[in-house]
Write a protein that binds this ligand. Sequence first.
Ligand code: PMP
Length: 299
Amino acid sequence: MADLMSYDDRDGFIWFNGELIAWRDAKLHMLSHGLHYASAVFEGERAYGGEIFELTKHTERLVDGAQTLDFEIPYSVAEIDEACRQTVKANNLSDCYVRPIAWRGSEMMGVSAQATKINLSIAAWDWGSYFPMEDRLKGIKLAWATYRRPDPATAPARTKAAGLYMICTLSKHAVEAEGYQDAMMLDWRGFVAEGTGANIFLIKDGVIHTPTPDCFLNGITRQTVLSLAEKRGIQIVERYIKPEELGDFEEVFVTGTAAEVTPVGEIDQHRFTPGKITEALLTDYETLVRTPPAAVAAE
Ligand code: PMP
């Protein structure tokens, strides 16, 4: 790992509480509430040809997530959208990943954090395929995760709250050690839920089955792919899926802003072959993200 370029030591600019500052200066104190108590929420966006795909949906999810964590980001959706665009532009990026994050500051330490300042910062960087391209085309290998998605009564399960990723990192590390690319998580009841950063779609007899997102993120890519499938007239069944059913499916893929549409070759002992539906939706998604929003609206 010695050749990794650290994320805190790069050229460029980061939007930090209202201004663009030098990348290396975007720092916070170790006594930040967000770090100790996970009072932080973030987004993951991708720009294609300089345009952030579904920017306002991402910003709205960020603002909603902050409200769920009981804080108010001190900028409007329009201001945050503009700040994301400025960040992409300031770094001369065209195809890139965009990472806004909001967190409670250092003004209070302890579980209660009512008077902390709410910070918002946005970075953008060049980020190719989330999974190595050669694995992606063959279909990635997944294994069951160590942890389950929590009951919404246990955690703010449908947000991109930083704390929820603790179980994702642990689960992903455990399967990576066994040669898999990602972990497939069950939910708290034992139904198939999602990957550690992507939603799942399973195909049988030309019909798409996908888990009901009642305790995990209803991804923006998931919603986009569902509307693309609908446009193609593919039947969609949203339901609870048991892990024992996996052997019945022919094609499987996962979706996410970072993962885009990624075919799955195996989950545990089950094997899948990327087929026509995966290929069609992968192509439709790649076309859509590169279509100017005005052209999509005019359709
Ligand atoms: N689930 C989790 C846990 C994620 O982190 C992500 C990525 N944001 C997704 C699903 C997919 O969401 P989206 O399509 O909005 O990126």
